[in-house]
Design a protein around this ligand. Structure first.
Ligand code: AMP
Ligand code: ZN
Length: 483
């Protein structure tokens, strides 16, 4: 079966055909770096990662471009509200550049802990201002803009296809006036390409432009950078579902206005939201959970990845610690089952991972599970079905230990659960919760030894050993390491 994707343009699952045979250009909207990414944001990047890994498994050469929004994003996507970077810098007593650097680093630390592969190109908005200005000039030359009070706006009435992606009914929204309207806009859906009359007098990031000193609107960066790195039409663009009505709608309008080419992007992929039981998570109000919070509560980042893969990317997921505990237990059983198979075979998963699949595997029962796994992922990235096949190959007594593990390795190239490392390093040392419980057992063992209860002391050493923790008694203390 061919690889298929649900395309928001058209709202159907469609066979995927790239523009250039064998190659895929993919752009995924990156983070706005004024705060930590929350676990909802991170869902978007796990989805992008699964998409890229699947495309590579199918055999495509993928160029994955991710932007870093370090300028121009106001708290409302429609040009209203505070400047996110500036507000964060003021609150933290730092410069906007320091804030951008800090949260960019934190973001990539999180994605690395979630085993998300690095994009091919990572591009910062602030390093592409000249590209944005050049693109805005093209839009202006083609007659899609107007200038009021120093700010340059995109006039959506000049772009007939405006709102197609989101199937927007513009009149309804205008009548309902759901959005705060900038009085200078001729239409509430018009949007800013270049700001000069900022409402923020102390704007730190400003650049010279044909329209005066100022800074770009938020949407233009994604058009300018994706076109720069992927060309004037490219294959796939992704982001969260919230981007459909404004951000991606505006990206399409300005890109197609500038180039005159349609469609600019052939497949639009949108992930549904992760929500808390209390409702939405919001980076700007600060009511959100970070990956570090999950780690501090004793979870491994890959428990969270496993949790996410258990739902299809187009389904809304409700986060709860109970559900995350369920994922942790399931991942633990999975690792135990793999360890059993590894023991039978007497070889390591890392070694098997680098072995090409022999014909006997492909033709045998193991091959059937891998084919079903691939078919699930090819069917619009059906990760829950993919996980079922992973469990299937491990549970089936008719599959030899070697074939089961070969299948596991092949599936994990796509799932990215880092199973080889997880099996070989059983303890998540980053977890302070776990560290505390180890320290508590060491203290209890010291007390037991003092009370000459050597049976209990040995029992503690053995319990820890079974969890992969080795104790070393030094003259003045006991230290531990992962075995
Ligand atoms: P931001 O850093 O706010 O620009 O958002 C980064 C990405 O996360 C975008 O693709 C958003 O659409 C996506 N996103 C934001 N909130 C959530 C959420 N709760 N669940 C899933 N994706 C989200
Ligand atoms: Zn974007």
């Amino acid at each position: 079966m061919a690889f298929t994707l649900f395309n928001t343009l058209g709202r159907t699952v469609q066979p995927f055909e790239p523009l250039k045979p064998g190659k895929v250009g993919f752009y995924g909207c990156g983070p706005t770096v004024y705060n930590y990414a929350h676990i909802g944001n991170l869902r978007a990047y796990v989805v992008h990662d699964i998409l890229v890994r699947t495309l590579r498994r199918v055999g495509f050469e993928v160029t994955h471009v991710m932007n870093i929004t370090d300028v121009g994003h106001l708290s409302g996507d429609n040009d209203e509200g505070d400047d996110k970077m500036l507000k964060s810098a003021e609150e933290r007593g730092k410069t906007v550049w320091e804030v951008a650097d800090l949260y960019t680093q934190r973001f990539f630390h999180d994605t690395q802990r979630l085993n998300i592969q690095k994009p091919t190109v990572i591009c910062k908005a602030t390093e592409h201002i000249a590209d944005m200005i050049a693109l805005i000039k093209r839009i202006e030359e083609r007659g899609f803009t107007y200038l009021v009070a120093g700010n340059l706006y995109f006039d959506i009435t000049k772009f007939a296809a405006y709102g197609e992606l989101g199937r927007l009914r513009l009149e309804d929204q205008k009548a309902g006036a759901r959005i705060e309207v900038d009085q200078n806009k001729r239409n509430p859906h018009d949007f800013v390409l270049w700001f000069t009359k900022s409402k923020f007098e102390n704007q730190a990031m400003v650049w010279d432009s044909p329209w005066g000193k100022g800074y770009p609107g938020w949407h233009i960066e994604c058009s300018a950078m994706s076109i720069k790195y992927l060309g004037e039409t490219f294959d796939i663009h992704a982001g969260g579902i919230d981007h459909v009505p404004i951000h991606h709608t505006n990206e399409i309008a300005q890109s197609e206005a500038a180039t005159g080419k349609h469609p600019w992007v052939r497949y639009w992929v949108h992930n549904e939201f992760l929500v808390l039981d209390k409702g939405k998570m919001s980076k700007s109000t600060g009511s959100f959970l970070t990956l570090q919070a999950l780690i501090d509560a004793g979870y491994d980042p890959l428990d969270y990845r496993y949790f996410l893969l258990g739902a299809h990317y187009r389904s809304q997921v409700q986060f709860s610690y109970e559900a995350l505990t369920g994922a942790r237990n399931a991942r633990k059983s999975l690792l135990d089952r793999i360890r059993e198979r590894v023991k039978v075979l007497g070889t390591s998963l890392s070694w098997l991972r680098n072995k090409p699949l022999p014909p006997s595997f492909t033709e045998g029962k193991g091959g059937t599970y891998l084919a079903a796994f691939n078919a699930a992922l090819d069917d619009d990235l059906a990760t829950p079905r993919g996980l079922a096949e992973l469990w299937g190959i491990l549970r089936d007594p008719a599959v030899s230990a070697e074939d089961a593990l070969l299948g596991v390795c092949a599936m994990d190239e796509v799932l990215g659960l880092n199973l080889a490392e997880a099996v070989e390093t059983p303890v998540p040392v980053e977890s302070p919760g776990l560290r505390d419980s180890i320290e508590a057992l060491i203290a209890e063992r010291a007390a037991a030894k003092k009370a000459r209860d050597f049976a209990r002391a040995d029992q503690i050493r053995q319990t820890l050993k079974e969890q992969g923790i080795i104790l070393e008694d030094r003259p003045t203390e006991t230290v531990w390491r992962c075995g």
